[in-house]
Design a binder for this molecule. Structure first.
Ligand code: ADP
Ligand code: MN
Ligand code: MN
Ligand code: MN
Length: 351
């Protein structure tokens, strides 16, 4: 009886300003004998007046499933279903639906460039209003021993981080790695290109995967009464902020013949569009892009090989080989991957 149905968690982004938040609700769906496909998840509705997406007078909005993965944490027959939000006509993308704009850019020509992306998502655990592991009153030791650390004195929350990594792997999310960060209680996971044959690191897939991985870290931490902050600067003062470095390549940047010149051309275009990028790289970005703590200040554009004080960094191995990808270090941890990647496509591919 049980397996005639499946549990589908419909996930979407709300209209919260300045940073959109995840929302989700579950639907029990009849499951065919031959397994499930995207078409089996029906369109659904929700109350947009409770998510900052509509007025109470006409509050119904449409959820359209666009991709799904197995939710092995919940049950054998459970799924996470990523949705786009549409107006009540089920045709017009809602203004909060940034994924629709990314689709439009890919169709307009972005897809021809064979783009691969990889996000480095930094985030901070909080318990009882302080970063996880911090003393109840006051501060831990200054930054230094925590980055990539091991041991209960310096690494806080590894059980959650590991459970998340295992869940991502189990669910076929494109997780690339994890590491403890410079500020105690802060960690990073990377999602995106990882060199596996047949695995597409296209912008739409990787951005969906990043949202699903964010959803999962919230949910796994929930079990331990720990909250996850994607704030750019969770603790003011002499503590590292949290970013979402975005690694980007096209067929041209990866080609040994054209690689470095394509990367240089991309950087020249990015310099001209600096302000437009900053505008969509996350709320309160100025608090993080100060020119300290491994950042370039928000009003300066700088690129360089191996330079962690640059806006755009060319990784050392890419510089040595002469082709590959570049890293945009500006996006904040709270940035929307659909918006970041859309802007990069616009600027780099001149669309
Ligand atoms: P960092 O040295 O900046 O900390 P990480 O090791 O954390 O870098 O992450 C490397 C990132 O680069 C990953 O997200 C990975 O998906 C991405 N990446 C690697 N190669 C490419 C490529 N050719 N195109 C796009 N992204 C790539
Ligand atoms: Mn990293
Ligand atoms: Mn990092
Ligand atoms: Mn990085």
């Amino acid at each position: 009886m049980k397996n005639e149905f499946c549990y589908a968690e419909y996930i979407w982004l709300d209209g919260c300003q300045p940073t959109q938040q995840l929302r989700s609700k579950t639907r029990i769906i009849p499951q065919g004998e031959t397994g499930i496909s995207l078409q089996d998840f029906p369109e659904w509705g929700f109350d947009g007046s409770s998510t900052y997406q509509a007025e109470g007078r006409s509050s119904d909005l449409v959820l359209r499933p666009v991709s799904y993965i197995k939710d092995t944490l919940r049950a054998d027959n459970a799924f996470l279903v990523m949705c786009e939000v549409f107006e009540a006509d089920a045709k017009t993308p809602h203004p909060s639906n940034q994924r629709a704009e990314l689709r439009r850019l890919l169709e307009k020509g972005g897809d021809q460039h064979d783009i691969w992306v990889g996000f480095e998502q930094e985030y901070t655990f909080f318990k009882d209003n302080a970063p996880l592991g911090w003393p109840k009153d006051g501060y831990p030791a200054p930054q230094g021993p925590f980055y990539c650390s091991v041991g209960a004195k310096v690494a806080y929350g590894r059980d959650i981080v590991d459970a998340h990594m295992m869940a991502c792997t189990e669910m076929n999310l494109m997780i690339y790695g994890i590491n403890a960060e410079v500020m105690p209680g802060q960690w990073e996971f990377q999602i995106g290109y990882r060199g596996k044959k047949g695995e597409s690191a296209d912008p739409l897939t990787v951005s969906d995967h990043l949202w699903l991985a964010r959803y999962l870290i919230h949910r796994i931490a929930e079990e331990k009464q720990v909250t996850v902050s994607f704030d750019n600067k969770p603790v003011k003062g002499d503590w590292n902020g949290a970013g979402m470095h975005t690694n980007f390549s096209t067929r041209a940047t990866r080609d040994p013949q054209t690689g470095m010149s394509a990367i240089k051309a991309a950087i020249a275009n990015l310099e001209k569009a600096h302000d437009a990028h900053i505008a969509v790289y996350g709320a309160n970005l100025a608090e993080r892009l100060t020119g300290h703590h491994e950042t370039c200040d928000i009003n300066t554009f700088r690129s360089g090989v191996s330079n962690r004080g640059a806006s755009i960094r060319i990784p050392l191995n890419v510089s040595l080989e002469g082709y590959g990808y570049f890293e945009d270090r500006r996006p904040g941890a709270n940035a929307n991957p659909y918006e970041v990647v859309s802007k990069l496509i616009q600027t780099v591919c001149q669309l």
